[in-house]
Design a protein around this ligand. Structure first.
Ligand SMILES: Cc1ncc(COP(=O)(O)O)c(C=O)c1O
Length: 357
């Protein structure tokens, strides 16, 4: 990348972190990447120690929500090599979100070089414990300072890194949401944009108050068809078919979902991307045709679902998660380099600058 400046701290904070006891999303690594869009081009790329930023009260992202992000992970093989997982798909999705939110695309070479360089510098922050990883959060937001609803001309793109432990250490309980909706056709459900998460917070809080880990969203029109779960896509394993809702614009095209589909299909399973109603799911459960339900996402990887509540009735789902366990094992094997990566999904980090711990 042209003109990248790197300002490193002299001593990493990583040696003071208890990597066996990592709360999700609270500990940030030493450095961050930053680049600005001046209305015409991306300028001033830099890596520097993590610092607070000052924000003008008229910053347009604060008022009108032009903000998008990504979530990806770096792991370390048993031989210590830092790996990224399908980073080019995250670059593509960031740019799909950017187009929908009227923001500039970030060229893939800048995205990839920034991640490789930053993660290379921060490699001591990649936990060595299975189930833990370095969570990488790229984000872009409007930086014009004015009041008035229009697209900003200027933007900032950042990458920060956080060492994280398992997101859901145990099976989860879902509350089917039939009052609020997450996304409607023609809306922004497919974009990884801040407002989608803000809109989900109130229903998620109500679900948590009732003892549920997450909301299972239904479609906005008929409130009948399954969409997705919190920050995960959903898979339903029936006796003779595995189903995941089709991505028709209202749900996020998960990279873990895409990878799970490829793994299942290459292992000879029949997987269908189609509409599946909550009634179909619960009828299959009542008839004994439901084998397992699981969620997929970068943060949680694979989350087993043990209970679903719909219309004041709770359904205790089968507790045998053979298929999801085998997929989780495959992902972990790839991330830790213990099984061969025949699809080329894992990418070794190619920068080896390191800071003394
Ligand atoms: C709303 C939503 N759905 C699904 C996912 C899963 O996507 P991925 O597998 O790319 O992490 C995420 C997480 O990014 C999400 O925020």
């Amino acid at each position: 990348m042209k003109d990248l400046t790197i300002d490193l701290i002299s001593e990493s904070r990583s040696s003071k972190v208890d990597f066996h006891n990592l709360p999700f999303g609270k500990i940030i690594s030493d450095h961050m990447f930053e680049i600005d869009f001046d209305g015409k081009e991306w300028i001033n790329p830099k890596i520097h120690p993590v610092q607070k930023m000052s924000i003008h009260p008229m910053n347009m992202a604060l008022h009108y929500g032009q903000a998008i992000f990504e979530g990806m992970k770096a792991s370390r093989t048993k031989d210590g090599i830092p790996l990224l997982f399908r980073p080019e798909l995250h670059s593509q999705r960031l740019n799909d979100s950017a187009v929908r939110m009227c923001m500039p695309k970030l060229p893939e070479n800048i995205f990839l070089e920034a991640i490789h360089t930053l993660v290379g510098i921060e490699q001591e922050w990649i936990p060595k414990i299975e189930g833990s990883a370095l969570y990488i959060r790229p984000l872009m937001f409007a930086t014009d300072e004015m009041i008035g609803v229009k697209a900003s001309d200027t933007f900032k793109f950042l990458i920060i890194c956080l060492p994280v432990g398992p997101y859901y250490p145990k099976p989860i309980k879902l509350l089917v949401e039939n009052q609020f909706i997450r996304a409607a056709p023609g809306g922004v459900g497919e974009a990884k944009t801040a407002g989608n998460y803000a809109a989900a917070m109130y229903p998620s809080k109500l679900a948590r108050e009732q003892g549920y880990d997450q909301v299972l969203w239904l479609d906005a029109i008929q409130q009948k068809y399954l969409q997705e779960v919190g920050t995960m896509n959903i898979f339903i394993v029936l006796k003779d078919e595995i189903v995941t809702p089709a991505t028709t614009g209202t749900i996020l095209k998960g990279i873990t979902r895409e990878s799970t589909l490829e793994i299942l299909r290459s292992n000879g399973h029949k997987v269908t991307e189609r509409e599946i109603s909550i009634d179909e799911l619960l009828n299959a459960h009542d008839k004994g045709d439901l084998i397992e339900v699981f969620g997929t996402g970068t943060a949680a990887l694979i989350a087993n679902v043990e209970e679903i509540r719909y219309n004041d009735k709770s359904y205790d789902l089968p507790h045998k998660w053979d298929l999801s366990t085998s997929i989780r094992d495959e992902f972990n094997g790839l991330r830790f380099g213990t099984i061969p990566d025949k699809r080329g999904w894992t990418v070794p980090v190619n920068e080896t600058i390191s800071i003394p711990a």
